[in-house]
Design a protein around this ligand. Structure first.
Ligand code: SF4
Length: 733
């Protein structure tokens, strides 16, 4: 099947004639006739936004004869500025994937060994409603939980809130960016946003830790960093791997894995002890300088060299370079930050270093964003609060400011402090997102109801009782995307380019129908998704017709930098930047980050590192025929010298065994490279899909998640650190 249509042919063809004809070669046969019918007719252009990653770039869908034949970037979009990345350009691959979930499914077999029965929407909703009522009667609505990722989740949150549910968690917190957000909130009383408030285009110096920028194609951010380079910005990238962004840097520091905090603490000490910090800024806006200074005395450059393997001369040189460019310096906070278990403290160290350089609220550092708001739908009833008396699930993690999937999983297994008996899972392939698959399966087996809402039959679907097929982002009205930017805010609309294919439906429809069955119709007064959005715009004085026509509405205003007239406010208890955190001290946690040495790989093993593939968004796109054509499996990067010592050859398949004797399901190709240290191996996350329904992705490559049987938990916010696993290479696969 995959060989009949190819991304390469598609790309070649797009250079010629109309996009409608060009896209034909990229489509499965079944859709070929549609595009042929489309011919040269006039195109409709529907602005909407991308969901192939969370960046949500504005796009314009070109539609002929009810078929989407091409997508282009929307030039008005602040997130994309008229451009789409490789994945965004593969929208047709998501829309016209013949493996899509097409109708509701009920599992008549076991969880993990499903036997699917095709169901009507009414059958599926009746079964879910019945099980929800039974759970609510027996345990209360607090026994239901919602785990989600993606734009349409807001409709499900609304339905479940209306039903009395209070447990909601996104893996993007405890499995991804939570530590960096909490580290900055503890320091500045504010997080770094998404898209992040980096002022890269004006930076004179940029420092990134373990970043996949460029490989993760955060569209406008990549454009900003390129602008920064063209204006002469210098950059240092700290990473055991020469990532794509490291290859553009002035300095690549191939740090020994798990020692980043040592380097940061040494830099903090140098900046303080050599008097290179912004004295006026610190005196005016920060508190706890003396305590910070005392707490970092032992972290000398020579000490840091022994920990990190980076020469003390280089450590000092880069500290000087940063200081020379201050305050126009941006030390990036990162995104995927759940690494070793002390991740919030590492993030605190990054926040503190930025503060010493005076970069928060300064040109080229972190800007203050301009916000926007779309009011809630007017006149809705208040949510019930039946579970207000329930104990807090994340009690053990005092700064879990959002609920964590970690606690939901643990509570589901232990039934303490109260039972959780039903999971709704939206757009999250939990088998690949959460560490310790066996523990996840144990939790799933303890549930009375598992509902999965998705567009594709990803691995997790096989553990659901009921599967609800959502239509893709090209076929639905959805929640607004509201973005904060420098001196501007943006409201984007998602609207259907075509009607939903097969029997798939949008979330606004599913939740309204299920809500009605549950006796909650008062919470769903809108006729359809369009009315839901238009009434909210009306309530906020937002021109809905303009939004539909342009795709985005942009408002200018706000001051991005500190000026004499615009002084910053810090949402910390002291109202200042907290270099020493009394909040942490009161909870028995280090008020200033302190270094902990982490375990190293046992002899014969390598630390397992993983990250982004430039043309995939993890398992969300590994079945996309336009992208599998370019990368269908992952590779095991290994230092070329080390690999040759072991007799490994480029392209040879191997198997992997971890420190607990667990073997990954499948085999992976070796990539010998000089772009990696000799104590780690690296692979792209999202491959090694094990789901028969994903015909192009199933069994391609290895899943790092098979090998993550060990994880540390961040004591501050409950994040699950997943870079503490080690693997051995087994030849002869
Ligand atoms: Fe889509 Fe790429 Fe933008 Fe992500 S960065 S929203 S995948 S175009």
């Amino acid at each position: 099947m995959a060989t009949k249509y190819s991304r390469r042919t598609f790309l070649k063809a797009t250079g010629a004639v109309t996009a409608g004809v060009a896209a034909v070669s990229a489509m499965p046969e079944k859709f070929l006739s549609w595009a042929e019918e489309a011919g040269q007719k006039e195109m409709k252009q529907i602005p909407t936004f991308c969901e192939l990653c969370f960046w949500n770039c504005g796009l314009i869908a070109k539609v002929e004869n009810k078929k989407v034949v091409k997508v282009d970037g929307n030039p008005l979009s602040l997130r994309g500025r008229g451009r789409l990345c490789g994945r965004g350009n593969a929208a047709l691959g998501a829309l016209y994937d013949t493996d899509r979930l097409k109708f509701p499914l009920i599992n008549t077999g076991k969880r993990g060994e499903p036997v699917w029965k095709r169901a009507t929407w009414d059958e599926a909703f009746s079964l879910i409603a019945k099980k929800m009522s039974t759970i609510k009667e027996k345990y209360g609505a607090g026994a239901l939980a919602f785990i989600y990722h993606g734009t349409g989740s807001s409709f499900w949150k609304h339905l479940l809130h209306a039903y009395g549910v209070t447990t909601f968690a996104a893996p993007s917190f405890a499995q991804c960016r939570g530590p960096r957000d909490i580290g900055f909130v503890l320091t500045y009383g504010a997080d770094v946003g998404s898209p992040e408030y980096y002022d890269f285009s004006k930076s004179k110096y940029i420092v990134l830790f373990g970043s996949h920028l460029g490989e993760n194609a955060h569209n406008s951010q990549v454009q900003d960093i390129v602008k920064g380079f063209s204006s002469g910005a210098k950059m240092t990238v700290v990473d055991p791997r020469l990532s794509n962004i490291a290859s553009k840097a002035d300095h690549w520091l191939p740090i020994k894995p798990a020692t980043d905090l040592a380097l940061l603490l040494a830099w903090i000490r140098i900046i303080i002890e050599e008097g290179l910090y912004d004295k006026e800024y610190i005196a005016k806006y920060a508190t706890g300088f003396d305590e910070l200074r005392a707490a970092v005395q032992q972290y000398t450059p020579v000490w840091a060299e022994a920990e990190t393997t980076i020469s003390s001369d280089v450590i000092v040189e880069i500290a000087h370079e940063m200081a020379q460019c201050a305050p126009n310096v941006c030390i990036g906070a990162g995104r995927y930050t759940t690494w070793y278990g002390d991740d919030t403290q590492r993030s605190r160290a990054i926040a503190i270093l930025n503060a010493l350089l005076g970069s928060w609220g300064r040109e080229g550092g972190y800007f203050f964003p301009t916000g926007a708001k779309v009011p809630e739908y007017p006149g809705l009833p208040a949510y019930p609060h039946p579970a207000a008396e329930l104990p807090k699930l994340d009690e053990a993690y005092p700064f879990a400011l959002l609920q964590t999937t970690t606690s939901i999983k643990q509570t589901t297994i232990s039934e303490k402090p109260y039972p959780i008996k039903g999971w709704f899972v939206y757009g999250s392939n939990l088998m690949k997102t959460m560490p310790d698959k066996q523990e996840t399966i144990k939790a799933l087996k303890n549930l009375d109801l598992v509902v999965a809402i998705d567009t594709m039959p990803v691995d997790f679907i096989n553990y659901a009782d009921v599967v609800l097929p959502e239509c893709t982002y090209m076929e639905r009205y959805d929640e607004f995307a509201v973005g904060k930017f420098k001196g501007m805010s943006e409201i984007s609309i998602r609207q259907p380019a075509i009607e939903p294919l097969f029997e798939s439906k949008p979330s606004w429809w599913m939740t309204k129908e299920l809500g009605t069955k549950l006796g909650l119709s008062d919470f769903f007064p809108w006729k359809d998704g369009e009315e839901y959005l238009s009434k909210r715009c009306e309530a906020g004085g937002i021109d809905f017709a303009e939004l539909k026509r342009e795709g985005v509405i942009i408002k200018k205003g706000g001051n991005p930098y500190i000026t004499a007239d615009a002084q910053p406010e810090f949402g910390t208890p002291s109202g200042k930047i907290e270099l020493y955190s009394k909040q942490l001290a009161e909870k028995g946690l280090d008020p200033v980050p302190q270094y902990t040495r982490h375990p190293v790989a046992p002899p014969g093993y390598f630390r397992l590192l993983f990250g982004r593939a430039p043309l995939h968004t993890f398992s969300r796109t590994t079945n996309n025929f336009m992208l599998t054509d370019l990368q269908k499996e992952n590779y095991l990067w290994i230092n070329a010298k080390e690999g040759k010592k072991m007799g490994l050859k480029d392209g040879e398949y191997v198997m992997l065994l971890n420190q607990d004797g667990v073997t990954a399901n499948g085999r992976i190709k070796i990539k010998l490279t000089q772009r990696l240290r000799n104590d780690a191996v690296y692979m792209n996350h999202g491959f090694g899909v094990h789901s028969l329904g994903m015909s192009l992705a199933n069994g391609q490559g290895i899943a790092d998640d098979d090998l993550i049987t060990h994880h540390a938990i961040d004591p501050i916010m409950g994040g699950t650190a997943m870079r503490g696993n080690f693997v051995k290479i087994v030849k002869g696969a």
